[in-house]
Ligand binder design. Sequence first.
Ligand code: DNO
Length: 356
Amino acid sequence: MKMTLRWFGSKHDSVTLEQIRQIPGCVGVITTLYDSKPGEVWGKEVIVAMKKEVELAGLEVSGIESVNIHDDIKIGLPTRDKYIENYIETLENLGEEGINLVCYNFMPVFDWTRSDLAKIRRDGSTVLSYDQELIDKINPDSMFKEMESNSNGFELPGWEPERLARVKELFEMYKDVDEEKLFENLVYFLKAIMPTCKKYGIMMAIHMDDPAWSVFNLPRIINNKENIQRMLDAVPIENNGLTICTGSLGSNPNNDIPDIIRSFKGRIHFAHIRNLIHHGPGKFDEAAHLSSDGSLDMYEIVKALYDIGMKGPIRPDHGRMIWGEKAMPGYGLYDRALGAAYLNGLWEAIDKSAKK
Ligand code: DNO
C-alpha cells in the first residue's frame, strides 16, 4: 500500500502540502480540481499545473478524488453521451500525465450525508455524526443549508453551492430513477469509458454509498457485498474497481468489511480507512481511527487489505477536529495525521509478523 492524504488544493485546503509531507510514510496526495464542475473537461494545462505543484512539494499525485459524474449520466438523459465524451477527454488528459486512479461516486443528488458536522464528544473533540431520525425531520432543501452553516466556512465536497440552487429541480429529475435504472446508467457509463481506461491503465474506483442505505428516498446501489458484486460482474474488467470506504460500508453493521475486502481481491484500487461508533439502527458517530474508539476492528480491516496484497493508495479518512484546529469538517490535519501514523503502525506489525 501507499500512504496518502486527501488534499483539496491550496486555494481550498487549510492543510498545506508541506505539512502533509511531514507525516511519516506519506508519499502522495489524493486531490482534485475543486473548482471544476461535473461534466466539464479538465484541460491539460490545469492538470499539469496541479501535478507540478504537488511534485515541487516532494509528493506525488497518487490519484484523483473525485472526477464527479454529471447528473444527466446518472439519470440517463439523452445529453449523457456528451458528458461521457467530456469525461473520456478528462481521463485521456489525466492518463497522459500518468495519473491512473480515479475515485468517483454514483449517488444521486447528494454525495455523503450527515446530520451533524461537529458533534461534541466526551474528550472535547468534535466529529461528524448521523442520526436517521433527525434526517427524517429535515427536508432535502434545508439539508443543504444545514451542511453549509455547519462547515466552518469551508465548501464541502459533494455539497457545492451550485447544487443548493437546484435541489428541488434535481429531485424532480430523479423521480423516475429507481435502483435498477441507476444501476443500468452506471453500467452504460462504465462500458463507455472502459476502452480509455484500459488504454491508459486508469483504475476507476467507485466510492461506497454513504451512509449505506437510501436517504430521502433516493436510490443507492453501492452499499453491500451483493450489490458491489453485481456491479463488478456487469463490467468484469480490472479497471472497473472499488474505493473501499470503511466508514461508509461500516455505517451498516451487517456489512462484514474484512470479508468484503477479501472477496474483491484484485478490484480494490483505493481505500479510505476510518472508524465509527454505532448507537443503534441508523445512528452513528465518526470516531478516532483506533479500534477501541469505535465499533470497527481496524486491525482486521488492515490485515484483510494486507492479505489481498493491496498495492494502491490508502488514506486515513475523516478525522475528529482536535487541538483547536479550524478546518473542513473531517479534513483537518491533526487527527488524520494520527490516523496515518496508526495505520502505518498496524501495517508494519502485520508485515513483520507475516515475514517471521
Ligand atoms: C466524503 C468523501 C466523499 C467522496 C466521494 C467520492 O468525505 O468520502 O465525498 O470523496 O463520494 O466521489
